[in-house]
Design a protein around this ligand. Structure first.
Ligand code: GTR
Length: 400
Protein backbone atom coordinates (compact mmCIF):
# COMPACT_ATOMS: atom_id res chain seq x y z
CA UNK A 1 0.00 0.00 0.00
CA UNK A 2 2.77 2.42 1.06
CA UNK A 3 4.65 1.50 -2.08
CA UNK A 4 1.63 2.17 -4.22
CA UNK A 5 1.10 5.56 -2.57
CA UNK A 6 4.74 6.45 -3.11
CA UNK A 7 4.53 5.32 -6.72
CA UNK A 8 1.41 7.38 -7.41
CA UNK A 9 2.79 10.50 -5.71
CA UNK A 10 6.15 10.31 -7.43
CA UNK A 11 4.48 9.69 -10.81
CA UNK A 12 2.28 12.75 -10.30
CA UNK A 13 5.33 14.80 -9.37
CA UNK A 14 7.19 13.55 -12.43
CA UNK A 15 4.23 14.43 -14.62
CA UNK A 16 4.08 17.92 -13.14
CA UNK A 17 7.81 18.25 -13.70
CA UNK A 18 7.44 17.23 -17.33
CA UNK A 19 4.62 19.72 -17.73
CA UNK A 20 6.95 22.19 -16.06
CA UNK A 21 4.56 23.11 -13.30
CA UNK A 22 6.50 21.77 -10.32
CA UNK A 23 8.37 24.23 -8.21
CA UNK A 24 8.70 23.40 -4.56
CA UNK A 25 6.69 25.84 -2.52
CA UNK A 26 4.95 27.41 -5.50
CA UNK A 27 1.18 27.65 -5.39
CA UNK A 28 -0.45 29.36 -8.36
CA UNK A 29 -3.20 31.84 -7.69
CA UNK A 30 -6.41 31.13 -9.59
CA UNK A 31 -8.60 33.41 -7.55
CA UNK A 32 -9.44 36.74 -9.20
CA UNK A 33 -10.13 38.32 -5.80
CA UNK A 34 -6.52 37.58 -4.81
CA UNK A 35 -4.98 39.49 -7.70
CA UNK A 36 -3.04 42.23 -5.91
CA UNK A 37 -3.52 45.90 -6.75
CA UNK A 38 -1.03 46.96 -9.43
CA UNK A 39 -0.22 49.88 -11.70
CA UNK A 40 0.77 49.23 -15.29
CA UNK A 41 3.12 51.54 -17.16
CA UNK A 42 1.14 53.44 -19.79
CA UNK A 43 2.08 52.36 -23.32
CA UNK A 44 1.56 55.94 -24.45
CA UNK A 45 3.76 57.66 -21.88
CA UNK A 46 7.54 57.78 -22.30
CA UNK A 47 9.87 56.93 -19.42
CA UNK A 48 10.39 60.68 -19.02
CA UNK A 49 6.63 61.07 -18.67
CA UNK A 50 5.86 62.61 -22.04
CA UNK A 51 2.46 61.73 -23.45
CA UNK A 52 2.66 60.08 -26.89
CA UNK A 53 0.11 61.74 -29.15
CA UNK A 54 1.34 60.98 -32.64
CA UNK A 55 2.54 57.98 -34.55
CA UNK A 56 5.82 59.83 -35.14
CA UNK A 57 6.53 60.05 -31.41
CA UNK A 58 5.41 56.47 -31.05
CA UNK A 59 7.74 55.26 -33.81
CA UNK A 60 10.73 57.45 -33.02
CA UNK A 61 10.65 57.59 -29.23
CA UNK A 62 8.30 55.32 -27.35
CA UNK A 63 8.39 52.17 -29.45
CA UNK A 64 12.23 51.97 -29.51
CA UNK A 65 12.23 52.72 -25.80
CA UNK A 66 9.90 49.76 -25.14
CA UNK A 67 11.92 47.38 -27.32
CA UNK A 68 15.03 48.39 -25.39
CA UNK A 69 13.28 47.74 -22.07
CA UNK A 70 12.38 44.21 -23.17
CA UNK A 71 15.87 43.52 -24.53
CA UNK A 72 17.48 44.75 -21.34
CA UNK A 73 15.14 43.16 -18.82
CA UNK A 74 13.37 40.19 -20.37
CA UNK A 75 14.37 38.47 -23.62
CA UNK A 76 17.90 39.81 -24.03
CA UNK A 77 19.55 41.36 -27.06
CA UNK A 78 18.65 40.31 -30.56
CA UNK A 79 21.75 40.02 -32.76
CA UNK A 80 20.95 41.66 -36.09
CA UNK A 81 24.03 40.90 -38.14
CA UNK A 82 25.72 37.77 -39.44
CA UNK A 83 28.37 37.20 -42.08
CA UNK A 84 26.45 35.07 -44.54
CA UNK A 85 23.08 33.43 -45.13
CA UNK A 86 22.76 30.80 -47.82
CA UNK A 87 20.20 28.15 -48.45
CA UNK A 88 19.82 24.91 -50.29
CA UNK A 89 16.75 22.91 -51.24
CA UNK A 90 17.26 19.48 -49.72
CA UNK A 91 14.15 18.03 -51.28
CA UNK A 92 11.41 19.34 -53.53
CA UNK A 93 8.13 17.77 -54.59
CA UNK A 94 6.11 19.66 -57.18
CA UNK A 95 3.00 17.59 -56.59
CA UNK A 96 2.79 17.19 -52.85
CA UNK A 97 -0.57 16.77 -51.11
CA UNK A 98 -1.99 15.05 -54.21
CA UNK A 99 -0.97 17.96 -56.40
CA UNK A 100 -2.35 20.72 -54.16
CA UNK A 101 1.03 21.97 -53.07
CA UNK A 102 4.71 22.25 -53.80
CA UNK A 103 6.90 20.99 -51.00
CA UNK A 104 10.30 22.48 -50.33
CA UNK A 105 12.58 21.23 -47.60
CA UNK A 106 15.03 24.05 -47.20
CA UNK A 107 18.26 24.15 -45.25
CA UNK A 108 19.11 27.71 -44.27
CA UNK A 109 22.73 28.14 -43.28
CA UNK A 110 23.82 31.18 -41.30
CA UNK A 111 27.51 31.86 -40.71
CA UNK A 112 29.14 34.21 -38.25
CA UNK A 113 32.83 34.24 -37.30
CA UNK A 114 33.28 31.10 -39.38
CA UNK A 115 30.74 29.25 -37.27
CA UNK A 116 27.81 27.78 -39.22
CA UNK A 117 24.25 27.10 -38.06
CA UNK A 118 21.71 25.09 -40.01
CA UNK A 119 17.97 25.73 -39.79
CA UNK A 120 15.68 23.17 -41.44
CA UNK A 121 12.57 24.72 -42.89
CA UNK A 122 9.58 22.79 -44.23
CA UNK A 123 7.50 24.79 -46.70
CA UNK A 124 4.33 23.98 -48.63
CA UNK A 125 3.10 26.45 -51.26
CA UNK A 126 -0.34 26.06 -52.87
CA UNK A 127 -0.15 25.19 -56.56
CA UNK A 128 -3.48 26.82 -57.41
CA UNK A 129 -2.46 30.28 -56.34
CA UNK A 130 -0.94 32.68 -58.85
CA UNK A 131 1.97 34.87 -57.79
CA UNK A 132 3.59 35.15 -54.40
CA UNK A 133 1.32 34.03 -51.55
CA UNK A 134 1.20 34.99 -47.88
CA UNK A 135 2.75 32.42 -45.59
CA UNK A 136 2.11 31.14 -42.07
CA UNK A 137 5.37 30.32 -40.27
CA UNK A 138 5.17 28.13 -37.16
CA UNK A 139 7.90 28.16 -34.52
CA UNK A 140 7.53 24.49 -33.63
CA UNK A 141 8.18 23.73 -29.97
CA UNK A 142 6.62 20.26 -30.04
CA UNK A 143 7.59 17.03 -31.80
CA UNK A 144 9.09 17.31 -35.27
CA UNK A 145 6.49 14.83 -36.52
CA UNK A 146 3.90 17.61 -36.17
CA UNK A 147 5.32 19.11 -39.36
CA UNK A 148 5.86 15.88 -41.27
CA UNK A 149 6.86 16.82 -44.85
CA UNK A 150 5.65 13.46 -46.18
CA UNK A 151 2.17 14.07 -44.70
CA UNK A 152 2.04 10.44 -43.58
CA UNK A 153 1.39 11.92 -40.18
CA UNK A 154 -1.06 14.80 -39.95
CA UNK A 155 -1.46 17.00 -36.91
CA UNK A 156 -3.81 19.81 -35.95
CA UNK A 157 -0.82 21.52 -34.39
CA UNK A 158 0.22 22.38 -37.97
CA UNK A 159 -2.79 21.66 -40.19
CA UNK A 160 -0.94 22.15 -43.46
CA UNK A 161 -3.76 20.90 -45.73
CA UNK A 162 -6.27 23.32 -44.22
CA UNK A 163 -3.89 26.25 -44.63
CA UNK A 164 -3.07 25.30 -48.23
CA UNK A 165 -6.79 24.96 -49.04
CA UNK A 166 -7.25 28.49 -47.69
CA UNK A 167 -4.77 29.87 -50.22
CA UNK A 168 -1.78 30.38 -47.94
CA UNK A 169 1.66 28.82 -47.88
CA UNK A 170 2.65 27.17 -44.61
CA UNK A 171 6.12 26.71 -43.15
CA UNK A 172 7.75 25.58 -39.93
CA UNK A 173 11.09 25.11 -38.27
CA UNK A 174 11.90 23.34 -35.03
CA UNK A 175 13.17 25.25 -31.99
CA UNK A 176 15.95 22.71 -31.38
CA UNK A 177 17.75 23.92 -34.51
CA UNK A 178 18.20 27.27 -32.77
CA UNK A 179 18.44 26.35 -29.10
CA UNK A 180 17.56 22.93 -27.68
CA UNK A 181 14.89 23.43 -25.06
CA UNK A 182 16.80 22.44 -21.95
CA UNK A 183 18.99 24.11 -19.40
CA UNK A 184 22.13 22.20 -20.28
CA UNK A 185 21.95 22.27 -24.07
CA UNK A 186 20.29 25.54 -25.07
CA UNK A 187 23.77 26.95 -25.70
CA UNK A 188 24.34 24.42 -28.49
CA UNK A 189 22.73 26.31 -31.32
CA UNK A 190 22.75 29.91 -32.46
CA UNK A 191 24.47 30.99 -29.24
CA UNK A 192 27.65 29.35 -30.58
CA UNK A 193 27.65 32.09 -33.21
CA UNK A 194 27.15 34.82 -30.64
CA UNK A 195 29.12 33.66 -27.59
CA UNK A 196 29.14 37.20 -26.19
CA UNK A 197 25.43 36.70 -25.44
CA UNK A 198 26.26 33.94 -22.99
CA UNK A 199 28.17 36.14 -20.58
CA UNK A 200 26.00 39.26 -20.79
CA UNK A 201 23.25 39.77 -18.23
CA UNK A 202 21.13 41.03 -21.09
CA UNK A 203 22.20 38.23 -23.42
CA UNK A 204 19.54 36.32 -25.31
CA UNK A 205 18.72 32.76 -24.32
CA UNK A 206 16.38 30.14 -25.78
CA UNK A 207 13.25 32.22 -26.41
CA UNK A 208 15.36 34.95 -28.02
CA UNK A 209 17.14 32.33 -30.11
CA UNK A 210 13.85 30.90 -31.42
CA UNK A 211 12.62 34.38 -32.35
CA UNK A 212 15.95 35.03 -34.08
CA UNK A 213 15.36 31.86 -36.09
CA UNK A 214 11.97 33.12 -37.26
CA UNK A 215 13.69 36.18 -38.71
CA UNK A 216 16.17 33.98 -40.58
CA UNK A 217 13.25 32.07 -42.10
CA UNK A 218 11.91 35.45 -43.19
CA UNK A 219 15.31 36.27 -44.71
CA UNK A 220 14.89 33.10 -46.76
CA UNK A 221 11.32 34.00 -47.79
CA UNK A 222 12.71 37.23 -49.22
CA UNK A 223 14.70 35.08 -51.64
CA UNK A 224 11.86 32.74 -52.62
CA UNK A 225 9.57 34.20 -55.30
CA UNK A 226 6.78 31.73 -54.49
CA UNK A 227 5.97 33.40 -51.18
CA UNK A 228 5.15 37.01 -50.35
CA UNK A 229 7.79 38.05 -47.84
CA UNK A 230 5.73 41.15 -47.03
CA UNK A 231 2.94 38.90 -45.80
CA UNK A 232 4.61 36.55 -43.36
CA UNK A 233 2.53 35.55 -40.35
CA UNK A 234 4.58 34.30 -37.42
CA UNK A 235 2.76 31.75 -35.26
CA UNK A 236 3.69 30.09 -31.99
CA UNK A 237 2.08 28.13 -29.22
CA UNK A 238 2.84 28.58 -25.55
CA UNK A 239 6.63 28.89 -25.22
CA UNK A 240 6.62 29.14 -29.02
CA UNK A 241 3.94 31.84 -28.67
CA UNK A 242 6.22 33.86 -26.40
CA UNK A 243 8.82 33.57 -29.17
CA UNK A 244 6.37 34.50 -31.97
CA UNK A 245 5.42 37.64 -30.06
CA UNK A 246 9.03 38.58 -29.45
CA UNK A 247 9.89 37.89 -33.11
CA UNK A 248 7.09 40.17 -34.34
CA UNK A 249 8.13 42.88 -31.88
CA UNK A 250 11.80 42.75 -32.90
CA UNK A 251 11.32 42.32 -36.60
CA UNK A 252 8.83 44.68 -38.17
CA UNK A 253 8.97 42.78 -41.43
CA UNK A 254 6.50 40.27 -39.95
CA UNK A 255 3.08 41.25 -41.25
CA UNK A 256 1.08 39.57 -38.50
CA UNK A 257 1.58 37.72 -35.24
CA UNK A 258 -0.42 34.84 -33.78
CA UNK A 259 0.43 34.14 -30.16
CA UNK A 260 -1.44 31.06 -28.95
CA UNK A 261 -1.86 30.35 -25.23
CA UNK A 262 1.41 32.19 -24.64
CA UNK A 263 0.65 33.12 -21.02
CA UNK A 264 3.34 34.35 -18.69
CA UNK A 265 6.03 36.43 -20.43
CA UNK A 266 3.95 35.95 -23.56
CA UNK A 267 0.72 37.88 -23.97
CA UNK A 268 -0.49 37.83 -20.33
CA UNK A 269 0.13 40.56 -17.77
CA UNK A 270 2.79 39.65 -15.20
CA UNK A 271 1.68 42.22 -12.63
CA UNK A 272 -1.49 40.17 -12.01
CA UNK A 273 0.42 37.20 -10.64
CA UNK A 274 -2.43 34.95 -11.78
CA UNK A 275 -1.42 31.41 -12.76
CA UNK A 276 2.22 31.17 -13.75
CA UNK A 277 4.49 33.89 -12.34
CA UNK A 278 7.90 35.30 -13.22
CA UNK A 279 9.70 33.52 -10.38
CA UNK A 280 8.06 30.25 -11.34
CA UNK A 281 8.98 30.55 -15.02
CA UNK A 282 12.55 31.66 -14.26
CA UNK A 283 13.03 28.80 -11.81
CA UNK A 284 11.71 25.98 -13.96
CA UNK A 285 13.00 27.40 -17.25
CA UNK A 286 16.19 29.28 -16.33
CA UNK A 287 17.37 28.98 -19.94
CA UNK A 288 14.52 30.94 -21.56
CA UNK A 289 15.07 34.58 -20.62
CA UNK A 290 17.96 36.97 -19.99
CA UNK A 291 19.70 36.74 -16.62
CA UNK A 292 18.43 40.25 -15.81
CA UNK A 293 14.85 38.96 -15.80
CA UNK A 294 15.52 37.06 -12.59
CA UNK A 295 15.66 40.40 -10.76
CA UNK A 296 11.90 40.42 -11.03
CA UNK A 297 11.32 37.08 -9.32
CA UNK A 298 8.64 37.79 -6.71
CA UNK A 299 9.22 41.44 -7.54
CA UNK A 300 6.67 42.26 -10.26
CA UNK A 301 6.06 45.75 -8.95
CA UNK A 302 9.64 46.68 -9.83
CA UNK A 303 9.08 45.86 -13.52
CA UNK A 304 9.46 48.93 -15.74
CA UNK A 305 7.17 47.18 -18.25
CA UNK A 306 4.52 44.57 -18.76
CA UNK A 307 3.46 42.41 -21.68
CA UNK A 308 0.82 44.86 -22.94
CA UNK A 309 3.76 47.03 -24.01
CA UNK A 310 5.24 44.23 -26.07
CA UNK A 311 1.91 43.65 -27.78
CA UNK A 312 1.77 47.38 -28.47
CA UNK A 313 5.07 47.21 -30.37
CA UNK A 314 3.45 44.87 -32.92
CA UNK A 315 0.79 47.51 -33.68
CA UNK A 316 -0.41 48.74 -36.05
CA UNK A 317 0.29 45.33 -37.60
CA UNK A 318 -2.50 42.83 -36.89
CA UNK A 319 -2.06 40.56 -33.89
CA UNK A 320 -4.18 37.61 -32.80
CA UNK A 321 -3.93 36.18 -29.28
CA UNK A 322 -5.69 33.16 -27.86
CA UNK A 323 -6.37 31.28 -24.68
CA UNK A 324 -8.08 28.05 -23.74
CA UNK A 325 -10.81 27.98 -21.12
CA UNK A 326 -9.17 25.28 -18.99
CA UNK A 327 -5.73 26.84 -19.25
CA UNK A 328 -5.90 29.25 -16.32
CA UNK A 329 -2.15 28.78 -15.91
CA UNK A 330 -1.80 31.11 -18.95
CA UNK A 331 -4.26 33.66 -17.50
CA UNK A 332 -6.94 34.29 -20.17
CA UNK A 333 -8.23 37.42 -18.42
CA UNK A 334 -4.71 38.83 -18.09
CA UNK A 335 -4.15 38.19 -21.79
CA UNK A 336 -7.30 40.01 -22.83
CA UNK A 337 -6.49 42.96 -20.52
CA UNK A 338 -3.06 43.11 -22.08
CA UNK A 339 -4.57 43.50 -25.57
CA UNK A 340 -7.00 46.12 -24.33
CA UNK A 341 -4.14 48.18 -22.89
CA UNK A 342 -2.18 47.95 -26.13
CA UNK A 343 -5.11 48.77 -28.39
CA UNK A 344 -4.68 52.51 -28.12
CA UNK A 345 -1.56 52.42 -30.30
CA UNK A 346 -3.77 51.54 -33.27
CA UNK A 347 -5.74 54.74 -32.66
CA UNK A 348 -2.55 56.72 -33.41
CA UNK A 349 -2.77 55.24 -36.89
CA UNK A 350 -6.43 56.06 -37.25
CA UNK A 351 -7.37 52.41 -36.86
CA UNK A 352 -10.49 52.00 -34.81
CA UNK A 353 -10.06 49.83 -31.74
CA UNK A 354 -12.85 47.36 -31.63
CA UNK A 355 -12.12 44.75 -28.99
CA UNK A 356 -15.12 44.44 -26.68
CA UNK A 357 -14.86 46.07 -23.26
CA UNK A 358 -14.82 42.70 -21.53
CA UNK A 359 -13.33 39.33 -22.49
CA UNK A 360 -15.59 37.61 -25.04
CA UNK A 361 -17.28 34.41 -23.93
CA UNK A 362 -15.83 31.00 -24.75
CA UNK A 363 -15.60 30.22 -28.48
CA UNK A 364 -16.55 33.77 -29.50
CA UNK A 365 -13.64 34.84 -31.71
CA UNK A 366 -13.11 38.53 -32.35
CA UNK A 367 -11.66 38.62 -35.86
CA UNK A 368 -12.74 41.94 -37.31
CA UNK A 369 -10.67 44.01 -34.87
CA UNK A 370 -7.03 44.88 -35.66
CA UNK A 371 -6.20 43.02 -32.46
CA UNK A 372 -8.03 39.72 -32.50
CA UNK A 373 -8.72 37.30 -29.68
CA UNK A 374 -10.50 34.13 -28.69
CA UNK A 375 -10.78 31.92 -25.66
CA UNK A 376 -11.32 28.41 -26.98
CA UNK A 377 -13.20 25.83 -25.00
CA UNK A 378 -10.72 23.24 -23.77
CA UNK A 379 -7.15 22.58 -22.78
CA UNK A 380 -3.79 24.23 -23.35
CA UNK A 381 -3.04 23.37 -26.99
CA UNK A 382 -2.84 24.63 -30.56
CA UNK A 383 -5.77 23.17 -32.50
CA UNK A 384 -7.55 23.33 -35.85
CA UNK A 385 -10.05 25.69 -34.21
CA UNK A 386 -7.24 28.11 -33.35
CA UNK A 387 -5.79 27.88 -36.86
CA UNK A 388 -9.18 28.38 -38.51
CA UNK A 389 -9.47 31.69 -36.67
CA UNK A 390 -5.92 32.74 -37.55
CA UNK A 391 -6.93 32.19 -41.17
CA UNK A 392 -10.18 34.16 -40.86
CA UNK A 393 -8.28 36.95 -39.14
CA UNK A 394 -5.52 36.92 -41.77
CA UNK A 395 -8.13 36.92 -44.58
CA UNK A 396 -9.36 40.27 -43.27
CA UNK A 397 -6.12 41.89 -42.18
CA UNK A 398 -3.31 40.40 -44.28
CA UNK A 399 -4.55 38.74 -47.45
CA UNK A 400 -7.08 41.37 -48.62
C1 GTR B 1 4.60 25.41 -19.28
C2 GTR B 1 5.16 26.78 -19.01
C3 GTR B 1 4.41 27.77 -19.83
C4 GTR B 1 4.31 27.33 -21.27
C5 GTR B 1 4.10 25.84 -21.44
C6 GTR B 1 4.30 25.29 -22.85
O1 GTR B 1 5.08 24.45 -18.49
O2 GTR B 1 5.04 27.04 -17.66
O3 GTR B 1 4.98 29.06 -19.69
O4 GTR B 1 5.39 27.76 -21.99
O5 GTR B 1 4.90 25.11 -20.61
O6 GTR B 1 5.18 25.72 -23.58
O7 GTR B 1 3.53 24.41 -23.22
Amino acid sequence: MQHLKFFILSSLFLLALIKGQAQPGFVANYDESKVPPYTLPDVLKTTTNVAVKSKETWENVRRPEIIKLFEENVYGQMPKTYDRLTYSIKHENASAMAGKAILKEVVIEVVRNNKPLKINLVLFVPTKQKGPVPVFLLINNRGKDNTDPTRAKKSDFWPAEMVIDSGYAIAAFHVSDLAPDDTANYVNGVLQLYPEQLTANNGMKAIGAWAWGASRALDYFEKDAAVDAKKVIVVGHSRGGKASLWAAAEDQRFAMCATNCSGNTGAALSHRRFGETISRINTVFPHWFATNYKKFNNNEDALPLDQHMLIATVAPRPLYATNASKDLWADPTGTFLSLKQAEKVNALYGIKSSLPANPPTINQPVVSSQMGYHNRDGEHNLTAYDWSNFIKFANTHVKK
